[in-house]
Design a protein. Structure first.
Ligand code: SF4
Length: 407
């Protein structure tokens, strides 16, 4: 896989050494067991895969090079580069300005831009309408487009589905930048609907089966379907794609469920289902799959707690939290500063959208066993900071240097 030029302060010597060793020992990525860092009184299990993915490294590489090569020019980012507060802060402190916030709210009007300006498209991609708006201002995008190739793959997949006259069902978060971009690309080719979860898939199924009046659809799925969508016609042939960072089991369950609904409605069998349901495999990216499988492997270890590190608006990170929460107490933090002391932590609860002080998160017994993973937009340096902070609470711990010798 291509390598990228990422600022060294995002890297961690310890984690780079671990990842390199694991990769050498397991080239085909078949071993999803975690890596043990045995400090003595503290045992940390690091997931087999975590941290910066291809798309994030690509975006960071392009963004920092753009800053370096264009000193004195105005550089704008359409919205957050990736969902990581530190990376976005580093870019803004280099003079990069955001045009929109995460929800698409305009912070700087497009009209303020001139053709001398540079606009970076984030890793999630953007909508065709925004792309056109920027091109109309005479701004070149190609060189500064950091859209991840795995997101583009979803757009290509939906184009193929559309060409074969299927309506596109997108499993994703309707407000997420990537889903808005995918929706826009899909909408250019075929009628499309966004579904957030299985509950919405079940409601959509009622329209497919004629169990709900068609008129109700437009209110129920407001803002989630393409203009001119005709619920009486456009649910007769469907195909499912998804946001690249959804939970694999959810995406698979929704796709399987809708396939069965189509079989029931049109009296089809496995060999005839293609008439009504496009044969699509999920469009989750390799990093989402690897990181989720690595969490499943990590959860096989008996542990006291899990720490998941990443930006609070990061979709892929929140799914890692969901997986861990099913098994053990889980703390979602975005930096070592959220570990306030040996007894107090301030994690983020993504269900309620709030940070809460929590006491006694570490067990009183030794050794304490902690599982750690991070999202695809989280620098390894942040994870290393967390490891060091935790190890610092146990005075008899082995040093990081001593541990490094194993890798
Ligand atoms: S999570 Fe996947 S789709 Fe998103 S930027 Fe990373 S590699 Fe690309």
């Amino acid at each position: 896989m291509k390598t990228f030029d990422v600022p060294v302060y995002y890297r961690s010597p310890l984690i780079s050494a671990i990842k390199k060793k694991r990769k050498t020992d397991d080239k085909l990525k078949k071993d999803f067991s975690p890596t043990l860092l045995d400090f003595g009184p503290l045992r940390i299990y690091l997931a087999r895969h975590f941290g910066f993915c291809y798309g994030v490294e690509n975006a960071i590489d392009i963004a920092f090079k753009t800053v370096e090569e264009n000193r004195g020019k105005r550089i704008f980012l359409l919205s957050e580069m990736i969902h990581n507060p530190q990376v976005n802060k580093d870019l803004t402190s280099n003079g990069v300005q955001f045009l929109q916030d995460n929800s698409g709210k305009q912070l700087i009007p497009f009209e303020d831009l001139t053709k001398e300006d540079i606009v970076l498209i984030p890793a999630f991609g953007t909508t065709l309408a925004i792309e056109q708006k920027i091109r109309d201002l005479g701004i070149q995008l190609e060189k500064y487009d950091t859209t991840c190739p795995f997101v583009e793959k979803v757009w290509n997949r939906s184009e193929v589905i559309a060409k074969n006259n299927y309506t596109i069902i997108i499993h994703g978060k309707p407000k997420h930048e990537e889903t808005r971009a995918t929706f826009s690309h899909a909408a250019a080719n075929a009628p499309s609907v966004v579904l957030t979860d299985m509950a919405e898939a079940k409601e959509l199924a009622k329209y497919i089966l004629g169990e709900k009046p068609a008129t109700q659809f437009y209110e129920e799925f407001k803002g989630q379907y393409t203009e001119g969508f005709d619920v009486t016609k456009h649910l007769e042939r469907i195909g499912v794609v998804n946001q690249t960072t959804m939970l694999a089991s959810d995406t698979q369950a929704i796709s399987e469920y809708l396939k069965e609904v189509m079989m029931q409605k049109f009296n089809l069998q496995e060999d005839t289902i293609k008439e009504r349901f496009a044969d699509t495999r999920d469009t989750l990216c390799y990093a989402t799959n690897d990181n989720q499988s690595a969490v499943t492997g990590m959860l096989d270890v008996a542990a006291d707690l899990a720490i998941v590190v990443g930006g609070y608006n990061s979709s892929n990170t929140s799914h890692l939290v969901e997986l861990c929460e099913e098994k053990l107490p889980t703390y979602f933090i975005n930096s070592e500063e959220k570990i306030i002391s040996q007894t107090t932590i301030m994690p983020y609860d993504f269900h309620t959208g709030t940070e809460m002080i929590t006491e006694n998160y570490l067990p009183a017994k030794v050794p304490a066993t902690v599982l750690i993973t991070s999202g695809a937009s989280c620098p390894d340096a942040v994870v290393e900071g967390i490891i060091k902070k935790l190890a610092g609470f146990y005075p008899a711990s082995k040093s990081i240097d001593a541990l490094m010798e194993q890798f």
